[in-house]
Design a protein around this ligand. Sequence first.
Ligand code: DAH
Length: 347
Amino acid sequence: MKNKIDSLIKEVEVFVAKSSDDIEKFRINFLGKRGIIPLLFQDFKNISVDSRKEIGQKINALKSLIEEKISQEKKKLFQTESTIDDKDLSLPGDDLKLGSRHPISLVRNEIIEIFKRLGFVISEGPEIENDDHVFSKLNFSPEHPARDMQDTFFVERQSAFSSHTDDILLRTHTSSVQVRVMENQKPPIRTISPGRVFRNEAISARAHCIFHQIEGLYIDSNVSFADLKQTLLYFSKEMFGEETKIRLRPSFFPFTEPSAEMDVSCKICNGKGCNVCKYTGWLEVLGCGMVDPNVLENCNIDSSAYTGFAFGMGVERIAMLKYQINDLRMYFENDVRFLEQFTNSLF
Ligand code: DAH
């Protein structure tokens, strides 16, 4: 038995743990219920009286050696696991990665800043609207195709036989905010309304069911088409560069009379014609016109005392022209390789 204990002492002395699992196994092997030490104490009962004292001391020494070993190995392991000693705490930390603004926010903010310089203030309206603000008060006739399910997302649609004006829908344009502003404010009014709009479109490179618009409205006595042209020329030069030219083409919108669409000269080819402007030298940017007197009256503004102009533009469209983005879906996919390209932008 003496020899057995001596060889166990050697075994304990050379033990090195590589993991806390090793220590646990070691502990169970020696000190567990059916481990070596309890077995030794069992055998101890059968030992002759004269060697009892010596063997007893030996077993106790082995037991404390094991306990000491366990705590030693635990300490060693803790130090290597936390590796704190290997780290150079004087090294500078990793750079904080800065995010970037989304191109839509950048362009929206830039447009807002330009119009603020002309004295326009921001107004906002709800995305879930009623027919009155999106269509009826903007002079859309009851059978206008824009009211159709194919274009508009309805939240609550009244029966086809009742009046459309009770319909609840997602606004299809920010022109609805014009109506809300005119209903609640007296002229002079000079406001722009940025916001999200919704249309029931199949998603493609050129169309999306959610996009952003900025609406402009200016109402006062003696506001003329010349004021509209000058405002839009100023905006275009600020947005696309001093040498930018604009042209207005006759168009139709229910809420403006006369109505026009505005093009800016193509910056890529300086109006000579290229594949971006489809060899026309011009890029379509926005819709505009003089506020129809019916719209003024619908919003309780005296159309014999006041005139006004309005315009509306798509933020995605302006951003596409500014940054040469040719697929609308890029704005919504949030691919960091796309978004990271805007880290250095100002707004
Ligand atoms: N609301 C129109 C659209 O969504 C854009 C627009 C055109 C707004 C002419 C206007 C305007 O204020 O005068 O296509």
